[in-house]
Design a protein around this ligand. Structure first.
Ligand code: GLA
Length: 400
């Protein structure tokens, strides 16, 4: 039988197809909200093995963090062995069967990620993917990887080209993998990584376990806000809470004070940053678990509008900063940060009128961590040195 299709019927179909292509999410539909999970680097460095990855998966589930959305378990550098006669990259003896490891992580309802470099060597001197991109992408897909962190390290040259080769290779495998670009914010990565299919890209150098480094990574992000959105996120690097730095066997607690940890998590929530825990999850204390699991804070980080906060106000250069993030329900997340070394408490408490930001009419304010209503619009806040208040503000905003 001859099927006759009228041209007028075909046209809308064609238009639909074109709209579909145009409507594709920049970055990837795998990350409509900022990706969350655990990564081995900040805690184990090269001191990793398959058992530590399994432990992390077990603990994500047992602590309830997986249920809160932390669902990627990412193996960072140092898992690699040599290439075999066919050029196939092998894991080293501490990992053994990668497919079995991926199956284990999947059996916990989690996803698994792996790490490579566009250079000949990774940052720790293990084999990178240069010249073997398609073969490595195929290997990662066959093992069942769901995520690839691609770290510049020894690569010299045009980053766009190198990151495109791997993104295309991964696409060719047919396996959905969330792509994470790590080139330390070089070559304006935020301008081109999303179009290549990367869901997140590092915007800074490595976060170290220190207040200064967290502050410099996090508070430098305002100018990049326009580049983040559903499917594609700026990444000021992983979280430094919990027990870290176990490269030599013994982990140590974060060097951030509790006050600084609230600031860290509040800022990462406002920035719509990917949330990757870098801690030993077998040693998770209640405080760390609580700040990582706070529903309202996570709701800000994961807000579907996906707008990253901007710095909207500063007093005395950097001492007091106010950051604002519009949310999908029409409310605003607002963070007021005291970056100075002086407490703004007691008689020195901080007075701030939300009208300064352009809020008008009836305003209600909730302190998100404390679950308290604050007097609006005139706030009187107790903020210790390096501390912050994270608020959800309901009201009309006329930006100034
Ligand atoms: C770079 C990255 C880190 C980590 C190490 C591993 O420094 O920025 O996040 O992946 O390499 O060697």
């Amino acid at each position: 039988m001859r099927i006759f299709v009228k041209p007028l019927l075909v046209l809308p179909l064609l238009l639909n197809a074109i709209t579909f292509v145009n409507a594709q999410v920049p970055g990837t539909s795998l990350a409509m909200t900022p990706p969350m999970g655990w990564n081995s680097w900040n805690v184990w460095g090269c001191n990793i093995d398959a058992q530590k990855i399994r432990d992390a998966a077990d603990r994500l589930v047992a602590t309830g963090l997986a249920a809160k959305g932390y669902n990627y378990v990412v193996i960072d550098d140092c898992w690699q062995g040599e290439r075999d006669a066919q050029g196939e990259l092998q894991p080293n003896a501490k990992f053994g069967d990668m497919k079995a490891l991926a199956d284990y992580v999947h059996s916990k309802g989690l996803k698994i990620g792996i790490y490579s470099s566009p250079g000949p060597r990774t940052c720790q001197g293990y084999l990178g993917s240069q010249g073997y991109e398609q073969q490595d992408a195929d290997t990662f897909a066959r093992w069942g990887m769901d995520f690839l962190k691609y770290d510049k390290c020894s690569y010299k040259g045009d980053d766009y080209t190198a990151y495109k080769i791997m993104a295309d290779a991964v696409k060719k495998t047919g396996r959905p993998m969330l792509l994470s670009a790590c080139n330390y914010g070089k070559q304006k990565v935020w301008q081109w990584a999303a179009e290549l299919g990367y869901a997140m890209w590092r915007t800074t150098g490595d976060i170290e376990n220190s207040w200064e480094q967290m502050k410099s990574n996090g508070f430098s992000q305002s100018k990049l806000a326009e580049y983040a959105g559903p499917g594609h996120w700026n990444d000021p690097d992983m979280l430094i809470v919990g027990h870290l730095e176990g490269r030599n066997g013994r982990t140590r607690p974060t060097k951030l004070t509790q006050v600084e940890q609230y600031t860290h998590i509040s800022l990462w929530a406002l920035l719509a940053s990917p949330l990757f825990i870098g801690a030993d999850l077998t040693k998770l204390d209640q405080f760390t678990l609580d700040i990582l699991s706070h529903d309202e804070v996570l709701a800000i980080n994961q807000d579907p509008l996906g707008q990253q906060a901007r710095r909207v106000y500063q007093i005395r250069r950097d001492d007091i900063q106010v950051w604002l993030r519009p949310l999908s329900d029409g409310t605003y997340a607002v963070g007021i940060f005291n970056l100075s070394d002086e407490d703004r408490t007691g008689p020195d408490s901080l007075e701030f009128n939300l009208k300064t930001l352009g809020f008008q009419g009836d305003i209600t304010v909730r302190d998100v961590w404390k679950n308290q209503t604050l007097n609006a619009p005139k706030l009187r806040l107790q903020i210790p040195a390096h501390g912050s208040v994270l608020m959800r503000v309901t009201g009309t905003l006329q930006p100034k």
